[in-house]
Design a protein around this ligand. Sequence first.
Ligand SMILES: *Cc1c(COP(=O)(O)O)cnc(C)c1O
Length: 344
Amino acid sequence: MVEKKNIDWGSLGFAYQHTDYSYVSNYADGAWDEGSLTPDHTVQLSECAGLLHYCQEVFEGLKAYTQSNGDIVCFRPDLNASRMADSARRICMPEFPVERFVEAVKQVVKANAAWVPPYGSGATLYVRPFMFATGDVIGVKPADQYQFRILVTPVGPYYKGGVKPVKLQVSSYDRAAPHGTGNIKAGLNYAMSLYPSVEAHSKGYADNMFLDPETRSYVEESGGANIIFVADDGTLVVPQSFTDSILPSITRRSLVYVAENMLGMKVEQRPVRFDEIDQFVECGMCGTAAVISPVGEVDSADKKIIFKNGFETVGPVMAKLRQTLVDIQQGDIEAPEGWIYKIC
Ligand SMILES: *Cc1c(COP(=O)(O)O)cnc(C)c1O
């Protein structure tokens, strides 16, 4: 066992602090170099780097944490690896090979084991793989040099005072274009959603609910989390996008599996009209950071929707789903084959 850093894990927020090592690999002449750990947490770039002009950047987010038996693990990093490859292809960047991505995550987490919060603290080591164009481009085209990097940083428990339902507003902006880049994890989508996000916060909302960008009549997702619902008969209802603009959340896909195969629930994955959501009894946002954040209310210009089983406190179905996935991640119940990657 490595000696842990002297940090008050329970009072950590969600802020960056550098750790002992990051991981870095560079791409040039059509190939990735062998990659290594680095204690240097800065990046030096040409002023003409493709990243800075035409926004070739993609990223991922996952967590490493300590299970009840003391193992340091990650949750389904292979899915982050393949999603990052999909993201990269969409904006003409080279793929970082899936097996190398998983190895790099293991290597950098292991090297920073002293920064992985202890079991029970609620804190985790956030792992942020990302890739960007370092090669010069002035005429519009893909760059020919890239950097893949992983930074890790300890973050505090998402819910400090227990899980409390939040409010969303229906945004008057779109997060992504129809058949655009909404289904990849790229910084450019976040640049688009920052203004609506600041606006929502200033009005007292936790986040936006974005509707489909083509007809504005179907539910898509929030700025950084997928949205799920529970119907009156207990069915889990998962919005699908006919304009391909919902990000394929790993948490959402895992929850669907858990609901169908471990909790015996009925699951419907289909386009969900905004005007039918007042029939649902629970709503949640799902993503790596919180697993599920319960949503108690959604406000649009002309109506206010209250989810009756999840307004005051987290609803029973969301609570059960969330607890089951958290128990799987923490090693308190058996995980489906291949979900937990032991690091050390
Ligand atoms: C990352 C992200 C999510 C959540 O995905 P997870 O893999 O569950 O963390 C949802 N929506 C958007 C737009 C995202 O960028």
